[in-house]
Design a protein around this ligand. Structure first.
Ligand SMILES: Cc1ncc(C[n+]2csc(CCOP(=O)(O)OP(=O)(O)O)c2C)c(N)n1
Ligand SMILES: [Mg+2]
Length: 576
């Protein structure tokens, strides 16, 4: 006799077969049948209940970014599904594999304009790499299997809309999950092109590497590559920490959040080596020099820069070959000059921490965290000036992880990122660093961290301002408007949630708190009364300079304390 099984139970078994051990979500009418199946199999798959669906999706996105493994979020249809969208876009844009299970009204009511009926297959079309409504209980397990495969294949979001009567049927238990059979074929690296690339690297006097998120699986190889060929390198935000930020060849990040030495290396270079990056900010890319691009996605070749040589390959494979086939370049005057430039930058960064201020100085605060954080820390950084200070003042180690909302740039990503980190890698400590504006967008889920006993340190840079926008408005010459925030006592709030809350008003108090909670036993929130410190631009590009000048040169000079660094060209003379 053919074995029978409940369709929802079988769907959960498929998820389990793929190694899914956690679902983020919030139950409710149109998804309750699936939730009940999760209840029946609660010893195999955890259900992490959030207080707002956006947090479920942001946590799933971060989970995917941190582990590379597919992660699942779940919600009712209608309003709950709509709440998921922001986090799902974060997953889409940062290429995280996520499956979203959306409930839906009963199938016989579909298209009647029923309560909470939202056409989610249409609404989610743009965010999804796979987007299906399940209409037959017999196909439910196979559709879930296919959704997971699609999420992995395209590193994106697979969306299932499931009218809640569908999983509530008995079906034949015949479907076999394909997890064991699944693999992705990598493109073959072309040896002739590897040798051509090596010839270009040997010939170049001033090569610079721009390392992106696509090199994250090639940490060792990327480090060996820049060392073997004496190449200074810049890491994009999603790649931060792929190689230690304090590596002697490191120039930090580039762009608005980047360093002056990175900008100068880019514009004095004679060969750009793009490794797993689609870096989009054109004014910071030197279009006048030849470029080699390594990317496993042929669609990305030449997307941002004219390319002289493409290596369509996995970064790990291409770098391994580059490292084994070329002659060592023991030293380059260009690298020495970049290193000297970087030393000056670092000492200037030190000086920046001595500026006159009241309250807690963000640059000092971030540097302090960088200093005390253990080697296996997971950093979860929000969008706002935290993004800039994190880029500048946290020296991420290659043994740490650093997660941000890189391409969507959504406020509110840090707390869900730390929740995901704790669930995916409980043994690693995690710091969430957020602005007061960003934290307030998701703060209700601090109680989720308390409820599930997820020890973490959440630092809220409480400046009563949308400070990032303050500087953005100024950079285009606009008046500051709509950027003041009313104060919230986040420490009291943390206590009210059952966590630990402390308010710190000076650098010393902050340093003491961060030391005290080095090994937190429950969620801790440090409410830091921060000074409105300008996130120093590494290099102000032309349009920004024009904008700022509308506020007067004196104001501009005082706010940014424009560095007195000699240009790289001058430093180069010492090494040539
Ligand atoms: C969801 C969302 N809304 C608006 C923005 C635009 N935005 C970027 S940074 C920022 C201000 C952040 O303020 P806060 O969190 O207080 O950090 P601060 O810059 O003050 O350190 C805003 C409004 C965004 N990126 N995401
Ligand atoms: Mg703020």
């Amino acid at each position: 006799m053919m074995t029978k099984i409940n369709a929802a139970d079988k769907m959960v078994q498929v998820m389990e077969a793929w190694g899914i051990d956690n679902v983020y979500g919030l139950p409710g009418d149109s998804v309750d049948t699936t939730v009940e199946a999760l209840y029946r199999q609660r010893d195999k798959i955890k259900f992490t209940q959030v207080r707002h669906e956006e947090v479920a999706a942001l946590a799933a996105a971060a989970h995917g970014k941190l582990t590379g493994k597919v992660s699942v979020c779940l919600s009712i249809g209608g309003p709950g599904a709509i709440h998921l969208l922001n986090g799902l876009y974060d997953a889409k844009m940062d290429h995280a594999p996520v499956v979203a299970i959306l409930g839906q009204i009963q199938s016989h009511l579909l298209t009647t304009g029923f309560f909470q009926e939202v056409n989610t297959p249409t609404l989610f079309e743009d965010v999804a790499v796979y987007n299906q409504m399940v209409t037959n209980p017999n196909t439910l397990p196979a559709v879930m299997d296919e959704a997971i495969r699609a999420a992995y294949t395209h590193n994106g979001v697979a969306v299932l809309t499931i009218p809640d009567d569908i999983p509530n049927h008995t079906i034949s238990d015949t479907f076999q999950p394909t997890a064991e059979q699944f693999y992705i074929d990598k493109p073959q690296t072309n040896i002739t092109d590897i040798d051509k690339a090596l010839a270009m690297i040997q010939k170049a006097k001033k090569p610079v590497a721009l390392i992106g998120g696509g090199a994250k699986n090639a940490q060792v190889e990327a480090k060996e590559f820049v060392e073997r060929y004496s190449i200074p390198f810049i890491q994009t935000m999603p790649a931060k920490g792929t190689i230690d930020d304090d590596h002697p060849n490191a120039l930090g990040q580039i762009g608005k959040l980047g360093t002056k030495p990175a900008y100068e290396a880019m514009f004095n270079s004679d060969l750009l080596i793009l490794i797993g990056t689609d870096y989009p900010y054109a004014p910071y890319l030197n279009k006048k020099i030849p470029a080699i691009q390594i990317d496993n996605d042929p669609e990305k070749i030449g997307h941002r820069h004219n390319i002289d040589l493409a290596l369509v390959a996995d970064s790990k494979d291409a770098l391994t070959l580059l490292n084994t086939r070329g002659e060592v370049v023991a030293q380059r005057p260009f690298l020495s000059a970049c290193q000297k430039n970087m030393k000056t930058w670092r000492s200037w960064m030190e000086d920046a921490k001595n500026k006159k201020h009241t309250g807690v100085l963000p640059s000092k605060m971030f540097a302090k965290m960088s200093e005390v954080a253990p080697d296996n820390t997971v950093w979860s950084i929000d969008v706002g000036t935290s993004t800039s200070f994190g880029a500048r003042f946290i020296d991420v180690k290659s043994t740490q992880k650093y997660t941000i909302s890189a391409w969507l740039g959504t406020m509110g990503c840090a707390l869900p990122g730390s929740i995901a980190s704790k669930l995916a890698m409980p043994e690693r400590p995690t710091y969430a660093i957020c602005g007061d504006g960003a934290f307030a967008m998701v703060m209700q889920d601090f109680v989720t961290a308390v409820k599930y006993d997820l020890p973490m340190v959440v630092v809220v840079s409480n400046n009563h301002l949308l400070a990032f926008i303050e500087y953005e408005q100024q950079s285009v010459g606009q008046q500051n408007y709509g950027i003041d925030l009313a104060d919230i006592d986040f420490a009291k709030f943390a206590e009210a949630c059952g966590g630990i809350g402390v308010t710190v008003k000076t650098d010393e108090e902050f340093a003491q708190a961060i030391e005290q909670y080095k090994n937190p036993t429950k969620p801790v929130l440090i409410n830091a009364a921060t000074y409105d410190e300008a996130p120093l631009p590494g290099k102000i590009v032309k349009d920004e300079a024009e904008g700022y000048l509308k506020f007067g040169f004196e104001y501009f000079k005082e706010k940014f304390e424009i560095p007195k660094m000699p240009p790289l060209r001058e430093i180069m003379r010492q090494f040539l």
